[in-house]
Design a protein around this ligand. Structure first.
Ligand SMILES: Cc1cc2nc3c(=O)[nH]c(=O)nc-3n(C[C@H](O)[C@H](O)[C@H](O)COP(=O)(O)O)c2cc1C
Length: 229
């Protein structure tokens, strides 16, 4: 699989089979992902990989919180700006329509949406998950480093025939995650990443993307000038 294939075949997969992910595959992926870039090579990611009984325990505890309607843990970081301006607001709405429309959930059916969201805390059935923390005193550039690292992990997982789903949703049950992982003081849980083999029977539309000229501006055109010369 070349890099283009890895990038275009990566999707947030929300349905996994129970097929186990071999430990050596996860180690290979994470050893390679360690080569991700970071400002001044800080490597500000703190990663926990969960499989087997501890992951089952986390899913059980999170499932209990969902079932009892337990309040979410207070936020350690805002997931989004409080007011999403254009074009982000429209993109988010389009995503919601795609995601919940595919599940046959009506726009204002809050309960059905919550039921669909609850699958987050079962890792969509995945047999492996990674939890990524960052030091509380790190700033935006280091959060960007962590994002690059996670994308590298996701692309390497594709090279291994695996899929994944990054999940900020885990941050709302971060205390439950901490009970299972016991991270040191001072770390913020950025997100979880469910990992496994895709359950191809779960229907999921491909998300769209904004046209290139909405997000990219080319300034100058050296190629054309060279041709003219
Ligand atoms: C940092 C981050 C957090 C995300 N959190 C969630 C989440 O909690 N639950 C979920 O189902 N998808 C989550 N996603 C997946 C996005 O919805 C998805 O990447 C986006 O809609 C684009 O679709 P695609 O990844 O399938 O191309 C997250 C993605 C990122 C990058």
């Amino acid at each position: 699989m070349n890099v283009y294939e890895a990038v275009t075949s990566r999707r947030a997969v929300r349905g996994f089979t129970g097929r186990q992910v071999p430990r050596e595959v996860l180690e290979r992926v994470l050893a390679a992902a360690a080569w991700s870039p970071s400002g001044s090579n800080l490597q500000p990611w703190h990663v926990y990989v969960l499989t087997g009984a501890p992951l089952a325990e986390l899913k059980k505890r999170a499932g209990e919180r969902v079932a009892t309607g337990d309040a979410w843990d207070e936020r350690e970081y805002p997931m989004y700006p409080s007011e999403l301006k254009s074009p982000y607001h429209e993109r988010r709405s389009a995503f919601g329509r795609e995601r919940y429309g595919a599940l046959g959930v009506e726009r204002d059916d809050w309960e059905a949406r919550q039921r669909a969201a609850a699958a987050n805390w079962q890792c969509f059935g995945a047999p492996a998950a990674l939890f990524c923390y960052i030091d509380a005193d790190m700033g935006p550039p280091q959060w960007a480093d962590v994002g690059m690292y996670l994308q590298t992990v996701m692309l390497l997982l594709r090279a291994e025939g695996l899929h994944s789903c990054p999940q900020m949703a885990w941050s709302v049950y971060r205390k439950t995650v901490a009970e299972v992982l016991s991270p040191p003081e001072g770390l913020v849980l950025f997100c979880g990443l469910s990992i496994g083999y895709e359950d191809v029977t779960v229907k999921q539309p491909r998300t769209g993307r904004a046209p290139l000229d909405e997000t990219v501006t080319f300034v100058g055109d050296p190629g054309r000038r060279l041709q003219a010369a």
